[in-house]
Structures are given as structure tokens and as C-alpha cells.
Design a protein around this ligand. Structure first.
Ligand SMILES: Cc1cc2nc3c(=O)[nH]c(=O)nc-3n(C[C@H](O)[C@H](O)[C@H](O)COP(=O)(O)OP(=O)(O)OC[C@H]3O[C@@H](n4cnc5c(N)ncnc54)[C@H](O)[C@@H]3O)c2cc1C
Length: 324
């Protein structure tokens, strides 16, 4: 039986692995069979991850995360977890290839998925004018004309935030009224740079190297027209990847995994969760990485209490560092 199995290969999973591996716990990290490295694999330049003053490409950053985790002895398996048995002292993790692994502790770091429009151009233009994250990419759109798709609180927040950079922000919404709270709506209505395009959906995104515009379809009449744009932000929701733990772990009203206070402790002993799957608000690489570190430290404490000597030593070292 293993000490720790980590599920997910984004910033949260690999950071948890770095900590657990340095504590001699020889973690097994299940990376997924398709999206190894997590969401940053879908982006180009990351400019807000500390330590890289010139910026770094998302996939390059995640390669470094993995190299650092492997350097200390993390074993990475390129498969998907398909089933989990989490209650009881022995946790069982079943993979797509049929293999089963057992561990005393599990760190669940499967991230969350931004909802997509379902258009073929999305894959090609992601990171090239098409974004799901205003905080990450707003800076690239200084004095540009852009659009935000969506009608909820996050769409209003993103549109308002983006007016700090863009010269013009269209909000495209498929209905004639918004779902967002009144205060968020009013803030957007009061902003001179924001213009609403009602009853409209995106029929196509234009551009080969980068976004140059969209085809809008009127949801009432079906009429189509073009709109020139330099960038497009999709803000139609986000789904934490929790399907494997439904009915097993407590969830929050937002659909994220519930954890105890600022810890990573879930509703089951020995099961810890980290990153975007517990975070309905910040969803950044740095916050996910920090949360992965916390999960590994929480798991070390748990294993130390079970009598694991390496974990106990790691806990002592951390506590010594806090005292001195
Ligand atoms: C296009 C884009 C650009 C972004 N740009 C930035 C940026 O510039 N700066 C920034 O700070 N943040 C950025 N973000 C946000 C950032 O990527 C996320 O906040 C961060 O990746 C979350 O890390 P995570 O480890 O929690 O989850 P993720 O990165 O989502 O990783 C989760 C991992 O778990 C795996 N997984 C899921 N289910 C299973 C399973 N059943 N079995 C095995 N593995 C599984 C997934 O395949 C994935 O590899 C961006 C996001 C997107 C989508």
C-alpha cells in the first residue's frame, strides 16, 4: 500500500507531489490520459506566475512542475481515475486500464472545467484572442475591442474588470435580461465602455492565427451578422470536476468539494482536496499551487498521526521551521 496517491496533474497536483515527495512519501500521481498538466496546457503566455519575470508559456511551466515533482521521486501514471473507494483507512483508486492502487491518503486535485461554446474554432484559438479568464489575459488587450459572452455575475465581473484595459467591451447575451445580481448588473450598465448585445449567440469565431471577430446569431429572428473583435472572453460557467466523489464527499452549494476552513480536509478522514476543485472564487495557477502545498502538509500530519515515520519527520521539520 502507498502512503499517498494524488489525482490530477495541474499546479495543485504537482505541487502536492513536490511536497509529498520531498517528505519521502513516494507519491503516485495519476495525471489523466488526455490533459496531462492541467488547464495551463491550453494557454500561451503566463505572465502572472511569480518567478518568471519575462513570462512563461503555460505548457513549459507545467513541464517544470512535473520535472520538479519527479526529481524528488514522484511516480507519474498517464491514466484516468475511473472509480474511488474513499471511506475506511485504505483508499482504493481504480484506473481506466483496470489497475487498482491503494493508499493511506488521497489528494484530490482534478480542477474544474470552464464551459465551452461548443464551436470547432475554440480549440485552435484558445490562447490566441480567445480566453476564459479575464484576470489571466485582460492585460493582453490594452486599447482593444473585445467581447464577453455570458449574463451571470462572473460575466459582469469580467466585463467590468476588462474595461481597465480594453477600449470597448461588448457583453453578448442570449436573452434580453441578465441573470447577474442587480448590483453587478448596475455596475456594468453604468460603465461607458460596456455595450450590451441582447438576444444573441455566437455562431462562429473568425480568425486563423488570432481572433478577428465573430458571427452573431439573433436568438429570436435567427438573423446573422458579423462583429469585428480583437478578443473574446467566454464566461458562461465553470464545472468543478467532482463526478467521481458525488455521494462520497460533501460539496458546497457552488459545487466545489467542501473543505474545513483554510485546510484541505474533506468530509472523509485521509482524503484531501486542492486547487480549483475546492475554489469557487480565485481559480489561478498560484492559488491552486498554494492549495496543493497545504494538502500535502495536511496529509503529512494525517499520516504522522497514523505512525508513518517519514511523515512524522516531515511534520517535525515544518514545525521546527515555524518555531525558528
Ligand atoms: C485558457 C486558460 C488560461 C489560463 N491562464 C492562466 C494564467 O495566465 N495565470 C493563472 O494563474 N491561471 C490561469 N488559468 C487558470 C489556471 O489554469 C487554473 O487555475 C489552474 O490550472 C488550476 O489548477 P488545478 O491543479 O486545480 O487544476 P487543473 O489545472 O485543471 O488540473 C487538473 C488536472 O486533473 C486531471 N484530472 C481530472 N480528472 C481526472 C481523473 N479522473 N483522473 C486523472 N486525472 C484527472 C485533469 O486532466 C488535469 O490535468 C488559465 C485557465 C485557462 C483555461
Amino acid at each position: 500500500m502507498r502512503d499517498i496517491i494524488i489525482i490530477g496533474s495541474g499546479p495543485a497536483g504537482f505541487t502536492a507531489a513536490i511536497y509529498a515527495a520531498r517528505a519521502q512519501l513516494k507519491p503516485l500521481l495519476i495525471a489523466s490520459s488526455v490533459e496531462i498538466g492541467g488547464e495551463l496546457m491550453n494557454t500561451t503566455e503566463v505572465e502572472n506566475y511569480p518567478g518568471f519575470p519575462e513570462g512563461i508559456m503555460g505548457p513549459d511551466l507545467m513541464t517544470k512542475f512535473q520535472e520538479q515533482a519527479e526529481r524528488f521521486g514522484t511516480e507519474v501514471v498517464y491514466d484516468d481515475v475511473v472509480e474511488l473507494e474513499l471511506d475506511g483507512p485504505v483508499k482504493r483508486v481504480k484506473l481506466g486500464n483496470g489497475d487498482e492502487h491503494e493508499a493511506a491518503a488521497v489528494i484530490y486535485a482534478t480542477g474544474s472545467a470552464y464551459r465551452k461554446l461548443g464551436l470547432p474554432e475554440e480549440e485552435v484559438l484558445s490562447g490566441h484572442g480567445l480566453s476564459w479568464c479575464a484576470t489571466c489575459d485582460g492585460f493582453f488587450f490594452r486599447e482593444k475591442t473585445i467581447a464577453v459572452i455570458g449574463g451571470g455575475d462572473s460575466a459582469m465581473e469580467e466585463a467590468t474588470f476588462l474595461t481597465r484595459f480594453a477600449s470597448k467591451v461588448y457583453v453578448i447575451h442570449r436573452r434580453d435580461s441578465l441573470k447577474a445580481s442587480k448590483i453587478m448588473q448596475q455596475r456594468a450598465f453604468d460603465n461607458e465602455k460596456i455595450e450590451f448585445i441582447w438576444n444573441s449567440e455566437i455562431a462562429a469565431i473568425h480568425g486563423t492565427e488570432a481572433v478577428t471577430g465573430v458571427t452573431l446569431r439573433d436568438t429570436v429572428t435567427g438573423d446573422e451578422r458579423g462583429l469585428d473583435l480583437d478578443g473574446l472572453f467566454v464566461a458562461i460557467g465553470n464545472d468543478p470536476r467532482t463526478h467521481l466523489v458525488h455521494g462520497k464527499l460533501d460539496l458546497t452549494p457552488e459545487g466545489t468539494i467542501a473543505v474545513e476552513g483554510r485546510t484541505s480536509k474533506t468530509s472523509l478522514p485521509g482524503v484531501f482536496a486542492a486547487g480549483d476543485v475546492i475554489d469557487p472564487h480565485y481559480r489561478q495557477a498560484i492559488t491552486a499551487a498554494g492549495s496543493g502545498a497545504a494538502a500535502a502538509l495536511d496529509a503529512e500530519h494525517y499520516l504522522a498521526a497514523l505512525g508513518n515515520e517519514n511523515a512524522a519527520e516531515a511534520v517535525l521539520e515544518t514545525e521546527f521551521a515555524v518555531i525558528t
